[in-house]
Design a protein around this ligand. Sequence first.
Ligand SMILES: N[C@@H](CCC(=O)N[C@@H](CS)C(=O)NCC(=O)O)C(=O)O
Length: 218
Amino acid sequence: MLKLYGYWRSSAAYRVRIALNFKGLDADLLSVHLVKDGGEQHKADYAKINPQELVPTLVDIDDSGNEFVLSQSMAILEYLEDCYPQSALLPTEAKSKAHVRALALSIACEIHPLNNLKVLQYLAGEIGIADEAKSVWYHHWIHEGFGALEQQLEKHAGRFCFGDSVSLVDLCLIPQVYNAHRFKVDLTCYPNILRVTENCNQLDAFIQAMPENQFDAS
Ligand SMILES: N[C@@H](CCC(=O)N[C@@H](CS)C(=O)NCC(=O)O)C(=O)O
């Protein structure tokens, strides 16, 4: 049995929701409200499960009731891929697999952490920057990351980010695009990113994982 601690607007949890849907896996979705009362991720109960105080966390419970608890969305995606290989999210050929990982990590490691909630809260709080400067920061890192990704998609993309099969790259891209729209970033100069996004968002696995379709959306 699988349990996923997440939050409707969390892009890292969104990646995992898409994977679960794509692979046809049932999971209990548990909501950790990232904003209410200073953020439930910081409460002692959840910090015991995930000391980094971030979502997502996956819990895989075996038939004997043993719990395997895993943090970090990219590790969770690789774990799901290893345990549930149906509807593969990684190519089998070594060079293609390495490219998919590199593209996925270019979003997960180079864009997402700079624009995460705790970073934006720190900029606005401790550093004291105004909303306008925070928006400049956000847009800057999206454009830097998406500019490089767009060039790589020119070479690698088909219907999806890497050829014509859904891969880990799409699972990272779609939540990041959702976030970019939320922060009003103009993406019209990224035709490959927009085309792939449109193709992904026609698939059930992606539709069901959308933030607005989550039980805890408010
Ligand atoms: N590298 C981590 C990032 C996780 C992460 O940053 N999660 C965000 C939501 S997308 C979060 O829990 N933020 C809470 C906070 O910033 O306090 C992963 O991929 O799982």
